[in-house]
Write a protein that binds this ligand. Structure first.
Ligand code: R2B
Ligand code: URA
Length: 321
């Protein structure tokens, strides 16, 4: 198959509107790659799983919610937290285990219908695990799956600890698509998100007192320091005035927070037509500071906020509330 034939092949099984927006849908998880079916074995290398060596339908066929987050430790804690939240009964003599322990790249925990997966930092790291998790769900014959990224971010004009639910992810130039160099060409994958799901999550988030939750645009960058207009990296060629002018400009254009994975997460979930949402707490107000100075305990509490909101959402979906 030549490159020029790919877009037609990839379009056959999705509903697109005139702007190219794919309608996210329930139903079987699909991979939109004609080559997968002809592989003798699909090795999900970074997860230490394979469709031949493992009975993926038996292991993962009941998964309905995939929750991603950057840190392996945080996603282990999220899995432990979900055991109580959904009253999951761990069979006697067993314990929660990192299913991908053999690879040492990412962690993968399963708690009933919930997968808790770490994605590391930045787009390349997230992209690898997203490909492999999507193929895992496909090989496992999963249906009606929703995906979430639960993370941290720098806020713009928001009290640190505020939760931002992303309705549009943009790159450092405010463009709403992820660019990927593919076969010597730059392909642009639109990063649309599901507005309905955002609203649903905001409604749940607003039931929590003590902090604010907002819906807004998220800027995704390829770097934490200069890419996010910080003055405190090892290199910096711009002034404090240039930095503030940039941050104010993007704030005026609706950017509520800045992090490093939303563009890829939204673009890949959109391409897969999977319902998905991004929920990040802010841990610093970038209009006031570059450095993150909150205490360990405060950061822990802030990072739990997206997890608690999604736990409430999952409980509701499972009919537990
Ligand atoms: C948020 O926090 C990390 C950088 O500290 C990065 O993964 C992100 O998106
Ligand atoms: N993560 C980011 O990417 N940026 C911040 O400012 C804070 C967390």
């Amino acid at each position: 198959m030549t490159m020029s034939e790919y877009p037609r092949f990839m379009d056959v099984d999705v509903d697109k509107d005139i702007t190219g927006r794919i309608t996210p849908r329930d139903g079987p998880v699909t991979v939109r790659n004609p080559h997968i079916e002809s592989l003798p074995e699909d090795v999900l290398y970074h997860l230490d799983l394979s469709d031949k060596a493992n009975d993926l339908p038996a292991m993962f066929g009941d998964v309905k919610f995939v929750c991603f987050g950057g840190s392996p430790n945080r996603m282990k804690k999220f899995a432990e937290f979900m055991v109580n939240e959904i009253k999951y009964k761990i069979p006697a003599g067993l314990q929660l285990m990192n299913i991908s322990h053999g690879s040492d790249r990412y962690v993968l925990y399963k708690v009933g219908p919930v997968l808790s997966v770490s994605h590391g930092m930045g787009i390349p790291s997230l992209s690898i695990v997203f490909h492999e998790v999507l193929k895992l769900l496909y090989h496992a014959n999963c249906t009606d799956v929703k995906m979430f990224r639960l993370g941290t971010s720098g806020g713009l004009g928001l009290e640190p600890g505020t939760v931002v639910i992303t309705d549009a992810a943009v790159d450092g130039l405010l463009r709403p698509y992820m660019e990927v160099a593919t076969l010597g060409m730059v392909l642009q994958h639109p990063a649309f998100l599901d507005k309905e799901l955002c609203e649903e999550i905001l409604e749940i988030a607003n039931q929590n007192e003590g902090y604010n939750s907002v819906i807004g645009k998220t800027m995704c960058t390829y770097d934490f320091y200069e890419g996010q207009a910080r003055l405190d990296g090892a290199f910096c060629d711009f002034t404090a005035e240039d930095k503030m002018a940039f941050l104010k400009r993007i704030h005026d254009r609706g950017v509520k927070n800045i992090e490093m994975e939303s563009l890829c997460f939204a673009a890949m979930a959109h391409r897969a037509a999977v319902k998905s949402a991004i929920i990040c707490c802010t841990i610093v107000d970038r209009l006031k500071s570059d450095q993150i100075t909150a205490t360990h305990d405060t950061l822990e509490e802030w990072q739990m906020r997206p997890q608690k909101i999604i736990a409430q959402y999952i409980r509701k979906q499972m009919g537990l509330d």
